[in-house]
Design a protein around this ligand. Structure first.
Ligand code: ADP
Length: 472
């Protein structure tokens, strides 16, 4: 506005000067003719118009130049992102430049806020990504099968154990409905049912067989917003071994109580007969006493064997392993069993090698194992039979073998795989001798658990049996 005002004034002055000059021109008599005044005014007006036009053009060009400069400064800042203040090349544009600078300042502060916010979001995203990776590795390190589904029953994640147990492949990308991936209809039904209950943090445990294995399936609802709630986590734990152990414990307890009750019942019965004076004479009395003694001994053996087995199984037995001459141990056991064998007219053949084979062994338990095999050989060999004890060594394999063979009743092939099991007694041989079915189980525990060796048996019904121990 200031420029325009100045320009107008300048133009007016120029026009007046030009017109004034015309006015002072004399007409010869010293008086100005009237037409001369009119002419000069017209001229002045014409000059004013021309000058006004020229001035306008100049002003417009100037305005374009200074505006163009301002606009270039703004574009340059836009391109580089640099927010330094713009400068008006003309005083007239100073207010506009001021407004632009205010705007730039506000944009600059908004930009800084946005950058800060963006940085915070990036950090949060990284934290979420790290937490997600952690959760994934935790799920994959769990040995139980783990499945996680979303509110639409699509598989979000699953570990290798789940893929193996339920026989599916984790999709490489995206989520797929569990019903498409898993064939086990009951598991799918359990997941859908659990999700439908929408009980936040609810839990349910179900026993479920898959193939020949038993699983404990624990289902939990994930908390989630929205109508559908969250998804479901299913954890499948293989309980087969636990179920077997529980069954074995039950069997063991019922076997033990049965085995303990039998000799106890007979002791009670004979004691009662003696108390009631039912023994007719001294001979019968001593027969009763003998039965009571035998049954009491049997009870004692049974209790000893049970305690020994459970001590070895739980690792509570005191073991003192040292370099031991196997020859000496077997010979000592032979000496102990000879009276019993002689009583049954059974011949003992000693083929124990004279060489002092040495093994790292616990003398007490090892001696017990050999004596048990010899005692069985005597028990299950009819009078007149033979028992052979032999030792040998395989130098290359550094293995010592002790073999106790007999010419006894033998063991039917169907029973052979079970003779080392707890309480297992061969039905066909029960009449030969009384027993607990724990002797061979104890031998196996001593050899395998305490000495890390092996036991074996070969037998032919009516020909005889051969039990052996191998020590490395
Ligand atoms: P038991 O107290 O019944 O002898 P064991 O555990 O020592 O218990 O033996 C298990 C079963 O194996 C015995 O009941 C018996 O039928 C069979 N057995 C063990 N040793 C012999 C053997 N030398 N000859 C034939 N049968 C044997």
């Amino acid at each position: 506005m200031a420029i325009r005002r100045v320009q107008v004034l300048v133009l007016f002055a120029i026009a007046m000067i030009i017109s004034g000059m015309t006015l002072v021109v004399p007409d010869g008599v010293g008086k100005l003719p009237t037409w001369a005044g009119e002419k000069s005014v017209n001229t002045a007006a014409a000059v004013l118009v021309v000058l006004g036009g020229v001035g306008g053009l100049l002003a417009t060009r100037h305005l374009r130049t200074i505006c163009g400069d301002l606009s270039r400064q703004v574009i340059a800042r836009q391109r580089t992102g640099e927010m330094t203040p713009v400068r008006a090349s003309d005083h007239a544009l100073a207010p506009l430049a001021g407004s632009i600078n205010n705007l730039l300042q506000s944009v600059q502060s908004q930009l800084a806020d946005a950058r800060r916010h963006n940085q915070e979001l990036e950090i949060q995203l990284k934290v979420v990504q790290i937490e997600r990776e952690h959760a994934q590795s935790i799920i994959h390190s769990i040995s139980d099968a783990v499945l996680v589904t979303d509110p639409w029953d699509e598989l979000v994640t699953a570990n290798d154990a789940a893929a193996r147990t339920l026989g599916f492949r984790m999709p490489e990308q995206g989520r797929r409905p569990v019903a498409e991936l898993i064939k086990d209809a009951r598991i799918i039904a359990m997941i859908c049912e659990m999700r439908a209950t929408r009980s936040a943090n609810g839990r349910r445990t179900v026993e479920h067989p898959i193939g020949d294995r038993t699983f404990k399936v624990t289902l939990s609802c994930l908390p989630g917003s929205g109508e559908g709630g969250g998804g479901v986590v299913a954890v499948l734990r293989d309980m087969t071994r636990e179920a077997e152990v529980a069954q074995m414990k039950n069997d063991f307890v019922s076997h033990v109580s049965h085995e303990l009750r039998t000799p106890l019942a007979s002791i009670k019965a004979y004691v009662e007969m003696l108390v009631d004076g039912e023994a007719q004479d001294e001979k019968q009395k001593s027969e009763f006493y003998e039965v009571i003694q035998n049954e009491a001994n049997r009870l004692g053996r049974l209790i000893d064997n049970i305690l020994d087995i459970s001590r070895i199984e739980s690792g509570l037995v005191k073991v003192n392993k040292q370099a031991l001459s196997v020859t000496v141990v077997v010979k000592e056991a032979l000496e102990l069993i000879t009276p019993q064998a002689s009583g049954k007219n059974i011949r003992i053949v000693d083929q124990v090698a004279p060489a002092m084979y040495q093994a790292m062994a616990d003398k007490d338990t090892f001696h017990r194992a050999v004596l048990n095999l010899l005692s069985n050989a005597v028990k299950y060999t009819p009078a007149g039979g033979t028992i052979t004890a032999a030792t040998s060594v395989d130098e290359a394999a550094k293995r010592i073998t002790i073999r106790i063979s007999d010419t006894g009743v033998g063991i039917p092939p169907k029973d052979l795989p079970f003779v080392f099991d707890k309480f297992y007694r061969v039905e066909a041989n029960k009449g030969m001798a009384k027993g607990t079915g724990l002797g061979l189980s104890l031998v196996k525990h001593i050899v395998e658990n305490v000495h890390h060796g092996r036991v074996f048996v070969e037998s032919t019904v009516g020909v005889g049996s051969s039990f052996g121990i191998e020590l490395d």
